[in-house]
Design a protein around this ligand. Structure first.
Ligand code: 9MR
Length: 736
């Protein structure tokens, strides 16, 4: 069966932070890319007042903003690319725009410190949650920054994305008593301008009885009201601009939020208490779409008014619009002279028609194979005579209106085979001397990527372990109940066997990347479905997959509680033990591990993982090891924490696997810093007798899930980076 769905999240090209003066325009082109070439949706989160995010008609958008005096300070804007076929697959990128006041202005106005709307002391009874909003304001209208001092353990201080923050705390029994907490508001660009407000938060034991005579803080109990908010209608080809306004009885301005926003829409702050919902619908949106608008009381965020709005999108009979087709997702490939380029060229038409694709120039010996589904493969066997850069042009023509065309050029670099050579010994050779596993995660459908010969050559030379980055995931491998898509997983198993690599399976039970039929299953079937899935996968690769990630990412990010996945909903916490028992029964020889992210150092989540695994081991659950994903940033420094943290898991009697290592950079200046994080992390693993393997999440930046942050060992042209040599030296020289 040929899978029809794209499965890899789209990425965004890097975006730099900028500094401008008031009145100076910021203009940034935002370029999304999708590994499968389907044009991703693009949206902006928290668009500043007055900014635009217009469609360039080629899958990209341009963000334009002319900041005013009130925008002085720093503003963070986040762009998000959303997979066209699976809206759960998304990747974001943020930029910080620092807006400087012209010096003259500043002197004229004299700058006053920002303040916080007055906060009251509060009490909470054990078992309940304290939840209030902290509202800063600045006499000059700048949005000030807020931070908190003496934050009690377990409390959170989340950004409401409207300039305010929400303090939430569910105290535990060790926290009974009074806590003084201070909120500090300051101007980002001049931190000496600050104001502090302290409050006393008291936690009472359950048995305390509140004196009914005691005065309670005043509450504004009337819910906010929307003004003139009605269902909407828009023609295809037009932009809907809906201004949302809400009022409160006491005159305060309610916060506004929106749920179920269509991909590509925005809900931006107009800076006057209103927000605008802006949406340019595509043919995929024809019909009715429902969005939910929420007004939140300025003093008590638990007081909210919700309203569902229907938006009808129709074709305008007098003005039929036809969207032009595009070709997307081709990144200029680099291949080795002697290899065959195999580039998929995939046009997309938002009207769902199939455009006609042609090549304007091709090398003589190339083929342009029609795949019968509107796409074509550009196949080109190269040789030494082709070394150099070659640019080819493709054209798509709309099937209904031949005047709508789109052209795309791309450049193939054919490089001398020797240019891919690395000095020193291969990583796997060095690792094998230490009886150590050094691995990578393989792209989906490796045989189909444009440069697959080079990709597989380097992978086979360097690594003695491999994991499929996607093709064991339930959403991919079991798209319908009992229907399995084994092609890619089988191919990787054969490749691993051929290259003498250990195969590492990932993952059996996960909360996400589930097929629709599992997301919406009757949870009373969870156990049966889990059993069928584990039997099928572990059974098929019995004796081949040596290590299985049995349960992946069961713990939530902030509070250390178990995620309320479908498995949890159906089976409670027992789902974890059950999954391991099922996997053990299906292959008694396989090494079974629990795998999670952001657990490499000490924090609430790694504590929760420690407690979970300890509990499971005591109960006899067959867990052999723990997988630390380690998606790090190049400024990571807590190596001591990492070392001690790994040790406490080793002390539980678990083997340690570093399963998804990568180190994101924000600019190429950080290559050495990145290499240092690679080196020190590998040293920690090698020094730890229980650490059995280190695996990077891919090996070339070209195919990384964080491709634009260049987090891997080889760059996107397959050149070994300092990180590669850091691993090579460490494997060679580091002594325990
Ligand atoms: O790298 C993977 C990317 O290609 C997929 O789109 C994404 C969703 O399935 O998963 C990525 O891998 C994740 C891994 O399976 C579990 N840990 C976090 C990884 C990065 O998101």
């Amino acid at each position: 069966m040929t899978p029809a769905l794209a499965n890899q999240a789209p990425t965004l090209d890097p975006i730099d932070n900028v500094t401008v003066f008031v009145g100076e325009q910021v203009s940034v082109r935002v370029v999304p890319r999708d590994p499968e070439g389907v044009v991703p949706g693009l949206r902006i989160i928290d668009i500043p007042a007055g900014a635009m995010f217009s469609d360039n008609g080629d899958g990209t958008r341009t963000f334009k903003w002319l900041p005013q005096s009130r925008d002085a300070g720093s503003t963070k804007v986040t762009f998000e690319a959303v997979d066209a076929l699976d809206e759960n697959l998304r990747n974001g990128r943020s930029m910080t725009i620092t807006v400087l006041q012209n010096e003259q202005n500043e002197m004229e106005t004299g700058n006053l410190p920002p303040e916080i709307e007055s906060l009251v002391d509060r009490e909470v009874t054990l078992g309940e949650t304290m939840d209030f909003r902290v509202v800063p304001y600045d006499p000059e209208g700048v949005v000030p920054a807020l931070r908190v001092e003496n934050m009690p353990g377990g409390a959170s201080f989340d950004d409401n994305r409207d300039g305010t923050r929400q303090f939430r705390w569910t105290p535990n029994s060790d926290q009974i008593g009074a806590h003084q907490v201070s909120f500090i508001v300051y101007e980002e660009k001049n931190q000496s301008l600050r104001t502090r407000q302290s409050v006393t938060l008291t936690v009472k034991a359950e048995q305390d009885i509140v004196n009914p005579e005691e005065p309670q803080p005043p509450i504004n109990s009337a819910a906010p009201q929307f003004e003139d908010l009605t269902d909407q209608f828009v023609y295809l080809g037009q932009t809907l601009n809906l201004v949302v306004r809400a009022t409160s009885e006491d005159g305060s301005v309610p916060g506004l939020a929106m749920d179920r926003m269509p991909v590509d829409s925005s809900f931006f702050d107009n800076g006057d208490g209103t927000r605008t919902f802006r949406w340019f619908p595509y043919p995929v949106n024809l019909g009715d779409t429902y969005v939910n608008v929420i007004a939140i009381d300025a003093h008590d965020p638990s007081i909210r008014t919700d309203k569902t709005i229907k938006i009808r999108v129709e074709r305008d009979p007098n003005n039929p619009v036809n969207f032009p087709p595009v070709i997307n997702g081709i990144r200029n490939p680099t291949i080795r002279a002697g290899d065959t380029l195999n580039q998929l060229v995939q046009p997309v038409d938002p009207d769902f028609t199939v455009p006609e694709l042609s090549a304007l120039n091709l090398p003589n010996d190339a083929q342009f194979v029609d795949n019968g589904d509107g796409t074509r493969d550009f196949r080109w066997p190269t040789d030494a005579g082709d070394i150099g850069d070659h640019t080819y042009h493709f054209r798509v023509v709309d099937s209904e209106d031949a005047s709508l065309t789109f052209e795309k050029s791309f450049t193939v670099t054919v490089a001398e085979p020797s240019s891919f050579e690395r000095s020193g010994e291969r990583l796997r050779v060095l690792a094998e001397r230490r009886d150590f596993l050094i691995g990578y995660a393989s792209v989906l459908n490796a045989p189909k990527i444009a440069d697959n010969e080079l990709y597989r050559q380097i992978a086979g030379d360097e690594f003695n372990m491999v994991t499929p980055e996607n093709s064991h995931k339930m959403g991919w491998v079991q798209p319908h109940r009992g229907v399995f898509e084994w092609e890619d997983a089988d191919d990787l198993a054969a490749y691993a066997r051929d290259k003498g690599m250990v195969l590492h399976g990932h993952p059996l039970v996960w909360y996400t990347q589930l097929p629709g039929w599992v997301q919406f299953m009757d949870v009373s079937e969870a156990k049966t479905i889990m059993q069928e899935h584990i039997n099928a996968l572990v059974g098929r690769y019995r004796g081949q997959v040596k290590i299985w990630d049995v349960v992946n990412e069961a713990i939530s990010d902030n509070d250390g509680k178990l995620r309320e996945s479908v498995w949890y909903k159906g089976m409670g916490e027992a789902y974890i033990a059950e999954a391991f028992k099922m996997a053990r029964a299906a292959d008694p020889e396989a090494i079974l591990i629990y795998n999670d992210y952001d657990v490499a150092w000490f924090n609430t989540k790694s504590d929760a993982m420690y407690n979970l695994l300890k509990r499971e081991l005591e109960a006899g659950t067959p867990i052999d090891g723990v997988g630390f994903q380690m998606h790090l940033l190049s400024d990571f420094t807590d190596f001591e924490g990492m070392n001690n943290n790994l040790q406490r898991f080793a002390d539980l009697g678990l083997d340690i696997y570093i399963t998804e290592f990568d180190v994101s950079m924000s600019s190429n200046d950080e290559l050495e810093q990145q290499a240092e994080v690679y080196r020190r992390s590998l040293e920690i693993c090698l020094a730890q007798p229980r650490c059995k393997a280190m695996q990077s999440w891919g090996f070339t930046d070209r195919y990384s899930w964080r491709s634009s942050n260049n987090p891997l060992l080889f760059d996107d042209k397959y050149q070994a980076k300092p990180a590669y040599y850091a691993w090579q030296r460490t494997l060679r020289d580091f002594l325990r």
